[in-house]
Design a protein around this ligand. Sequence first.
Ligand code: XMP
Length: 519
Amino acid sequence: MFERNDSGKIKMDTIAVLDFGGQYSHLIARRVRDLGVYAEVHLPGILIEELKNLPGLKGIILSGGAASVYNEDSPKCDKEILKLGIPILGICYGHQLIAYFEGGDIQASDSGEYGVTELSILSKCSLLEGLGSVEQVWMNHGDQVQGLPSGFSLLASSDNSPVAAFSHPGRKIYGVQFHPEVIHTRGGDRILKNFVINICKAQKEWGTDDIVNRIYEDIEASVAGRKCIIGLSGGVDSSTAAVLVGNKIGKDLVAVYVDTGLMRHRETEFMEEVFSKMDLDLRIIHARNRFFEALKGITEPEHKRKIIGKLFIDIFDEIAKQEQAEVLIQGTIYSDRIESGLTQHSDNIKSHHNVGGLPEDLPLEIYEPLRDLYKDEVRRIGEKIGLANNIVHRHVFPGPGLAIRIIGEVTPERADIVRRAGHIIEEELMSAGLYYKVWMGFAVLLPIKTVGIQGDSRSYKYPIVIRIIESRDAMTANFAKVPFELLERISTRITNQIREVNRVVYDISNKPPATMEWE
Ligand code: XMP
């Protein structure tokens, strides 16, 4: 999407974040991007040559991670990166790794340090400029640096970390034991800004306008003059991708919305209303019967996902042939690529998203204009190009749709129950002013029946699960602590309005250990 060098790398001032498996590696990249500077996450095993090849590389941040540097299997980068002459900041495990490479002393501490801690700043340095002499920071470590490597200076310490921050200003190498990227570190943004802007001297080339302009340039260079198709799901990613590409190539883009029968309440009408106002060639494909037929008797979650994924591909393939399209546009974003194995340590939890799920012999070129963006960046772009609030800030809806919210067999009747229950949850969240505050709220239908009493008679009906989630980035999530009164209103409406249901439960699981969706 952006101007790239010969190896396809983005050409602009860049901070590389090496991901040692820490929970917060992507948060570091997002914080840097919030400063207006482009950041990208790489595996620790990246070759020095590859790093040097990143156009505009201005600095490297080594992330945290759960391992101990003395452990043989612990992830390590090539220690030669410390000799590149490019500023380096190590965070937590990254801090310990720098000390380890440079001959410092790292030890397992008796107690570790987890949570908010006071940091005493002992000497002035450009990394900690603007901070007070005592600062609140957030720590999360067992091992710690006990002795400085030679040539390094001590910058700060805490009760449990004698070397909580160090620097080698001559070589522009810095380490902090705490996490500046986490909001509980009060001066964290200032520290990252000191590093990225003052020490690395990176230019702010990552503003929303810059991104939009670069995407337009890239669309022009990549697909202009060719017939393209895009699958519209009603979510912000595919909608943003469609409008961006549509703005540039007009009628050469065919946007396809497939009514699978597994979509949200009145979704097809909603799509017609929203996109008929835009200059987009929208085709609505009514394929409910095909989907329900293919899913008959299928209960295993991965099997459902595979069947649905294949049907989508078949449909796109058919339309591409009719339209003589050459390119399939996808709304894939950066975090989709992470969850699909961009990071070394990620496991295939679900056959998520479209990434990697396409057949190898698909006779279409794939183009992903949003592949380098995080969700909040896509939302900012969506707003910029005039997408309405009810698209930009809509709750995420999974590709396989309601099928993965119906535990057990998917039938039209069961899809209808879960769709109506989900709609009640969304409506009640909206009236309580909570819809845009939570990540998502939806219903799950269980394949069991329980006994109830309705109108003085025994009933034997399905239970519905309410799932309301708070999350920043979908990687981790908490169940939302919504008022009981709201849950009661939802429960009463569901049991009054959906005659197949007599019981409603609230899912109080976080992610991990649960995932947001039930399948
Ligand atoms: P999980 O269930 O993995 O979901 O915690 C995280 C977020 O991703 C959405 N999700 C999907 N989105 N295709 C998608 O486009 C999928 O197959 C898929 N599965 C889950 C989920 O709704 C949540 O927001």
